[in-house]
Ligand binder design. Sequence first.
Ligand code: HEC
Length: 396
Amino acid sequence: MESEIAGWLSVGFRFVHVLAGIMWIGNSLLFTWIELNLISPRKPGGDLLGHIDLLHGGGVFHLEKRLIDPAAIPVPLHWFMWQSYTTWISGMLLLISVFYLHGGSALLHPAHLDLQGWRAIGLSAGGIVGWWLIYDTVWNSKLKESPRVAALLSFALLLAAAYFLNQYFNGRAVFLQIGAMMGSAMSANVFFHIIRNQKRFMAALLAGRPHDVKYGKQAKLRSMHNHYMTFPVLFLMLGAHFPQLTSALRNVPILGVIVLALVTVKWLMNARYHFKHWLAAIFGTCVIACLLIGTLLADPTESAGGPTGAKLFVSQGCASCHQAGGSPLAPDLRGILGSRQVLVDGSELIADEAYLRESIRQPQLRLVKGYAAAMPAYSHLSDDQVDKLVAYLKSL
Ligand code: HEC
């Protein structure tokens, strides 16, 4: 009963999380696009900072960005923050209901199952708070004046955090955790910088003082950070669907290439109206990133016949979900061959080789009772690789 309630809660949290995330990221992308494409006024120095016309829904939206006159504060004035807070709150509830409530062991690397679950939870929660403190310190310091250095330092520190976590967490959890750290920093940017600075200048305006752009500038810098973090965070959050990347031997350098490439792609998309070759450059970035990832995926320790079944079980990410002793994420596969399996529709079967093969290639066809349809379809594996995995499963 308890696990059923937890299951339904995670359905609700996950849906709210995805929906709020779409609303938040949609806003972030649209507002930044508008900001970057504003047409400057003919006579600078006045209240008008820029304008733009957008065709949508059968009419033209004529938008102007201007300083606010304290004597005429617009009513209603819309603020944007709850999409962000809802995404963060539902994301944390999801993290708690899927990983923390079950003792945290599903976060662990198969070689570190001896680490106590509460320590894994501590690493995860501490990592989220710790990353915010580190990132915020870098961008509050003098380094802010040289944004390229600060950005490179932030990236290097993020990779260092990923290397550290990779010692204890499985690949799937490392991607998710780094995504949760970046996503939480984005929400904290909204709470501690964007909204707080907006509140500051609104309070000054209400007291009759003129619009001070100093606060707006600080808010805008963090808004731009959030904007560039959107693509990498989305990819990392979907990591569970790409086990061949998350559980690769060099998963952390791969994570680094993905983050860098996606930030570059967003930057090139923003350069679209003043850089003629933006599309070719995006294509080039993706090709280079794929080549780098391809090189990183090659395993130098592999023998001529390719990796063994046991190795594939780890490198393909099976071990992250299927842990010995079972986890809330996936069934324990020890002794699976010839065992009786109960499916979601209540029917039963005896697990033979054909069933194991099908469970790997098309897991969604027959779902085991008590588990979500969380296993990705491994249709990219060759027959030889599936044979080796099945042989390995038989030996368990
Ligand atoms: C994201 C987590 C995840 C990953 C990664 C994953 N699985 Fe699964 N697997 C599940 C879940 C959840 C189920 C139970 C639901 C179902 O039947 O699909 C399952 C079911 C199975 C079953 C059927 C088990 C039974 O009790 O009938 C087999 C066999 C299996 N997985 C093998 C593998 C292999 C081999 C890999 C790697 C190539 C793998 N899984 C990767 C989550 C995962």
